[in-house]
Design a protein around this ligand. Structure first.
Ligand code: KIV
Length: 262
């Protein structure tokens, strides 16, 4: 899978599938099932390392897991999260992203944040590092946001996310993840942007969907977020759960109303 192919999927109105992976075995299962994008998410801080949030995750942690996922990945695009504070300045972003691409073998990096990232996105993309932006609920800002809650519900909040999305696309981002925003806003941004928009808790009208693997297998400790679905419960095997997720996203039957914020 390449950026050009992802762009083509958007143009043709075909949905894009993405799941997180943290090791070679799951990466291989997902890859063989035909997932389009594998995301080595910094959610590993919570689901693998057992932290309360993603803040303790380091670039070294991400490289370690990215190397494992790379070994199991043949066809999917391999995207990696840049962890908390690893892109606090444009130069730091270049240094961290270079390590994630060179040692981790990632094909794309993901950064959480709005227009303040424009300079970093320019620096990375001008040097050949593809960037995915991440807007809406940005878990690395959990303390500033005051909790895991839906973003963009007010007119001001929605306008800010929309403006940030345009600014990041203009700076060179090739993909956008929108997390926990009202479905109408996500639909509007997906139609506005040329680049594919991948939603999580953002409704069915995005160009694709992503979930944390452990959420969709129902093994995340604690309460499962309302926008996720336990595909393992209804299928009985990990392989079938992954296949049903991919089919449901491609056919536009996931997410349903019950996984969507109005
Ligand atoms: O870290 C992660 O798994 C993510 C997804 C929730 C999009 O960023």
């Amino acid at each position: 899978m390449t950026l050009i192919q992802l762009q083509k999927l958007k143009k043709e109105g075909k949905k894009i599938t993405c799941l997180t992976a943290y090791d070679a075995s799951f990466a291989q299962l997902l890859d063989e099932a035909g997932i389009d994008i594998l995301l080595v998410g910094d959610s590993l801080g919570m689901v693998i390392q057992g932290h309360d949030n993603t803040l303790p995750v380091t670039v070294d942690d991400m490289i370690y897991h990215c190397q494992q996922v790379h070994r199991g990945c043949q066809q999917a695009l391999l995207m990696v999260d840049m962890p908390f504070m690893s892109y606090a300045t444009p130069n730091l972003a270049l240094e961290s992203a270079t390590r994630l691409m060179r040692s981790g073998q990632a094909q794309m990096v993901k950064l959480e944040g709005g227009a303040w990232l424009v300079e970093s996105v320019l620096i990375l993309t001008e040097r050949g590092i593809p960037v995915c932006a991440h807007l809406g609920l940005t878990p690395q800002s959990i303390h500033q946001l005051g909790g895991y809650r839906v973003q963009g519900k007010t007119q001001w909040g929605a306008e800010r996310i929309r403006d940030d999305a345009v600014a990041l696309q203009t700076a060179g981002a090739s993909l956008l993840i929108l997390e926990c925003v009202p479905c109408k806003l996500a639909e509007e941004i997906s139609a506005l942007l040329d680049i594919p928009v991948i939603g999580i808790g953002a409704g069915v009208e995005c160009d694709g969907q992503v979930l944390v693997l452990y959420d969709m297998l129902g093994i995340t400790p604690g309460k499962r977020p309302s926008f996720t679905k336990d595909f393992l419960q209804e299928t009985g095997s990990i392989q079938a759960a992954i296949e049903v997720f991919i089919k449901a996203v491609k056919e536009g039957t996931f997410p349903g109303h019950e996984h969507t914020f109005e």
